[in-house]
Ligand binder design. Structure first.
Ligand SMILES: CC(=O)N[C@H]1[C@@H](OP(=O)(O)O)O[C@H](CO)[C@@H](O)[C@@H]1O
Ligand SMILES: [Mg+2]
Length: 549
């Protein structure tokens, strides 16, 4: 088969590129105002089909979502056959195709891609896709489908689903009937196997107290309802911010990003919480999870991705030891520079900890190096991955005592409870609840594992963020020259101060993170560095944010 040039041209003409837009496939795929994405969606459809053919018909996933961003935004991400994010080298092809200015140029670029990889177009193309609850998703999915039609690809529309469910389904479809079979490739199959593993894991433990779940008025509520049905009395949820009728409500004063960024309760949650009661927030596509509670002094206390990682890694380490598998299964943790310094200090004493650049793909890749790799970004995105060798050990190990056998049983349930393809707010939430039940931890006890260092995260708008280059997992600047020295000279004035600066991969800003032994110092460090960056990059003195030092 040759490239279906005629069909490509016909469909492409229905989705012309807006001449002034420049698109970039970044950390979060393509993401911007939904109204600007029509041509991008069509081209992503074509690219997904080409990638599927390149992989001899393996199913590629496409998720239409803008996660925690405002309801008018939308976006799209491609998912590789194992349910992982698109291979990095193909991000560039996505950007190139999205930016071709005419149908002819687009077809030429597709042709070039096919020739470069010597793709055999006789292979079938299979694409599985879903969208979040954003209204613009309906038309964007239609544009995506035109891309699939133009290539004669088989499309499987999963409707409105969470991002992690889409990733899970892709892995299931591609591993079906193989020794690595991941599960049944249906949403019901996902809910059932996750819920069953949870029920078995907490069997005999007291049912956790009811959990307040802030659904960010998004698709997470759809999955939560299904979980609630299967879980029955095993756990009670109190769903909040579950209005799916009002599109404008999505992520508005709600959700994991709101809580982590503002370090406060969503306004609707504060009044319903009793002191000590746990609550959690999902984000708009349910791949991030943040916990929090009201302490006895009626203060907000955050239990973020670092706290989840510490809880989960500690639990798994205990299980491995208890089963007598120490030395046979190595448990490791992966963080980014945004991890609270107190968490890193606490965890490094207990297990190997790696620090990698921001972005799930980096964390995921690093986690695969361990027998059991736990990774979480501070913002609540993370999961646990089990290596093939670990699966083998778990399947063949003969415990020598009944206690070891019990621990082994728990360990064997974890790969079923956890969505290993990507961070999954709902399966992570059930994991946290199971660990709390096993450890008999209240929110306060969990919080007390270590005490967070006060910190401050700021954005600085600069003319060109690309001049900022980093090394050492983004912890030091190598460019602009001399900037790191200015930062160091300032930070060293503060005891236990730490700070770093990096360009955002998703917004046109530079981020400044600082932490210190008290909040005032963390603020001073961050605001001074923000001022340095602003001034050194030629920021307009009349527009200089008032708080910068
Ligand atoms: C400080 C921060 O939270 N950064 C986020 C944000 O990346 P930036 O490159 O910092 O814009 O979005 C990413 C994608 O969602 C997420 O992986 C990351 O953790
Ligand atoms: Mg998200």
């Amino acid at each position: 088969m040759s490239l279906p040039v005629e069909a490509l041209a016909r469909y492409s003409d229905l989705h012309p590129k807006l001449s002034y837009e420049k698109f970039h496939y970044g950390t979060a795929g393509f993401r911007m105002a939904g109204s600007l994405l029509d041509s991008v969606m069509f081209r992503v459809g074509v690219l997904a089909a080409i990638r599927s053919k390149r992989l001899e018909g393996k199913t590629i996933g496409v998720m239409v979502t803008a996660s925690h961003n405002p309801p008018v935004d939308n976006g799209v991400k491609l998912v590789d056959p194992r349910g992982e994010m698109l291979e990095a080298s193909w991000e560039r092809h996505a950007t190139v195709l999205a930016n071709t200015t005419s149908t002819d140029e687009f077809i030429d670029a597709v042709d070039k891609l096919v020739k470069t990889y010597k793709i055999n177009l006789d292979h079938p193309a299979n694409v599985l896709y879903a969208r979040d609850t954003r209204p613009s998703g309906v038309e964007l999915v239609a544009a995506l489908e035109d891309g699939l039609k133009a290539m004669g690809a088989n499309g499987r529309n999963e409707g409105v689903q969470t991002t992690p469910i889409l990733h899970y389904l892709v892995r299931c479809v591609n591993t079906k009937g193989t020794p690595e079979a991941y599960g049944e490739d249906t949403v019901e199959g996902y809910i059932k196997s996750t819920a069953d593993a949870f029920k078995k894991l907490i069997a005999g433990k007291p049912a956790p107290p009811p959990l307040v779940v802030d659904c960010a008025n998004g698709v997470g509520y759809v999955a939560l309802k299904q979980f609630a049905e299967y879980l029955g009395p095993a756990i009670t949820f109190i769903p909040m911010n579950n209005d799916l009728e009002n599109a404008a409500a999505l992520n508005s004063d709600a959700g994991a990003d709101y809580v982590k960024t503002n370090q406060k309760f969503p306004p609707s949650i504060a009044p319903v919480l009793a002191p000590g009661q746990r609550a959690c927030s999902l984000d708009g596509d349910a791949d991030r999870l943040i916990y929090y509670y009201l302490n006895s002094r009626k203060q907000f206390r955050l239990l973020d991705g670092d706290k989840i990682a510490a809880l989960v890694a500690g639990f798994i380490t205990d299980l491995v030891k208890g089963a007598g598998l120490e030395g046979q299964i190595d448990v490791g943790l992966v963080q980014t520079a945004y991890a609270n310094g107190a968490s890193t200090k606490y965890l490094e004493k207990r297990l190997p900890v790696a620090c990698v650049p921001t972005g799930v793909k980096h964390l995921h890749r690093a986690a695969l190096r361990y027998g059991v790799g736990v990774y979480f970004e501070a913002n609540g995105h993370g999961t646990v991955v089990f290596s093939p060798a670990t699966y083998e050990v778990l399947a063949s190990y003969q415990p020598s005592t009944p206690t070891q056998a019990t621990y082994l049983e728990y360990l064997n349930l974890l790969p079923k409870l956890i969505n290993q393809t990507i961070g999954d707010a709902l399966s992570d939430m059930l994991l946290v609840e199971a660990v709390l039940a096993h450890k008999h931890y209240t929110a306060l006890e969990w919080d007390s594992i270590y005490i967070d260092l006060p910190n401050r995260l700021l954005k600085v708008v600069v003319p060109n963020r690309n001049i900022f280059q980093t090394e050492d997992a983004e912890r030091r600047l190598v460019h602009p020259e001399g900037m790191q020295k200015l930062i160091d000279d300032h930070v060293k004035k503060f005891e236990s101060g730490r700070a770093f600066v990096r360009p955002s991969g998703t917004e046109n800003v530079v981020r400044v993170y600082a932490e210190a032994s008290d909040q005032g110092q963390a603020d001073q460090i961050a605001l001074k560095i923000a001022g340095i960056i602003y001034d050194e990059t030629g920021g307009d003195p009349f527009e200089r944010p008032g708080e910068f030092l």
